[in-house]
Design a protein around this ligand. Structure first.
Ligand code: 3HC
Length: 291
């Protein structure tokens, strides 16, 4: 089966990025948000991002206009009724996702593949809420979606080989490299990344080094594009805390246990760049160290 039409549920940071790359890659794309106000905010984010791509010479203004012409926003899930693929990128809440998959299963025709961009919730939880568990899989995009070249696919025990093959062809048509993981908490990337990020927090919490030196150490010492504390601010401390808790619950190993400082910062509302403060106080004019 060929994917021609795509639906994206959620137009937050990830949903907007996913909708952008789909429209840029030639797909007729509908993106759905809960209210007009949230939808407009997400579409504005998307337009800014696609504008940056033009400024950076990644896209001509004609290509931008054609991409925006392939894109439509809606607040109605029913508008996804003619989609070949629907990618869910809503909040990381199991109840919300199961309810959404149940509704999508009722709204979409039998051939539609349903994918989740979850970073941590087992795909079988969503697949089992539908009558098409063979046509449900994980499609975990990386942030920032238009720039990062990877998509991590997650094959639940029910996902068919045919679904995976169709999804792989779609993922590659977005210009991304596809990797496949089994349906286990953390998949590949977060299983490796999250313990590393948590260790950087413990190091800072224990006074081993300054936040700047921890970041500079990994940027200049290992050629990472960002140091771990800068990356935590970028990904979101709340998101990392959420994923760490899921990993700890699943494996009960100390490397996944969220450090007290992370919990305190999340409780204080220091969620990183998006809230104006994380390990660095962006609202107060601080920036991660320049290297
Ligand atoms: N569309 C297309 N290309 C764009 C673009 C857009 N909207 N915006 C920027 N670009 C291009 C730029 O032109 C540039 O390309 P070039 O290298 O060919 O010149 C490239 O993207 C980098 O852009 P910038 O110069 O603006 O930015 P930086 O060089 O400062 O890099 C960064 C920013 C890409 C965020 C880099 O710091 C980075 O890679 N950081 C690490 C990000 C990361 O690890 N993400 C994964 C997080 S884990 C995750 O998402 C999983 C989740 O479950 C937690």
């Amino acid at each position: 089966m060929d994917i021609k039409t795509v639906g994206v549920v959620g137009c937050g940071l990830m949903g907007a990025g996913i909708a952008e790359v789909c429209a840029r890659s030639g797909y007729d794309t509908v993106v759905r948000e809960v209210t007009d106000e949230v939808l407009e905010k997400g579409m504005e984010r998307l337009r800014r991002s696609i504008g940056t791509a033009v400024e950076r010479g990644k896209l001509s203004s004609e290509e931008r206009d054609a991409a925006l012409g392939r894109l439509r926003g809606s607040t109605r899930l029913e508008e996804l009724a003619d989609r070949d693929l629907v990618i869910e990128a809503v909040v990381e809440s199991l109840d919300t996702k199961r309810e959404l998959f149940r509704t999508l299963d009722a709204v979409c025709p039998p051939h539609t593949i349903l994918a989740s961009n979850t970073s941590s919730i087992p795909i079988i939880e969503m697949a089992s809420a539908t009558q098409r568990p063979d046509r449900v899989l994980g499609m975990h995009f990386m942030n920032p979606v238009p720039v990062m070249r990877l998509i991590e696919f997650v094959q639940a025990i029910t996902t068919s080989e045919e679904t995976l093959a169709t999804a792989r062809a779609f993922g590659e048509s977005l210009g991304k490299r596809v990797i496949v993981a089994k349906d286990r908490a953390g998949f590949i990337v977060n299983m490796l990344l999250v313990p590393y990020l948590l260790e950087a927090i413990r190091m800072y919490e224990n006074g081993v080094a300054s936040r700047e030196d921890i970041d500079i150490g990994m940027v200049l010492g290992t050629n990472h594009p960002m140091g771990p504390l800068t990356l935590l601010d970028y990904v979101g401390l709340d998101t990392t805390y959420y994923i760490a808790n899921i990993l700890f619950e699943e494996f009960r190993q100390s490397q996944y246990a969220p450090p007290p400082l992370l919990k305190q910062m999340v409780t204080a509302g220091f969620h990183g760049r998006k809230s104006g403060r994380g390990f660095y106080d962006y609202a107060g004019g601080e920036q991660p160290p320049k290297v």
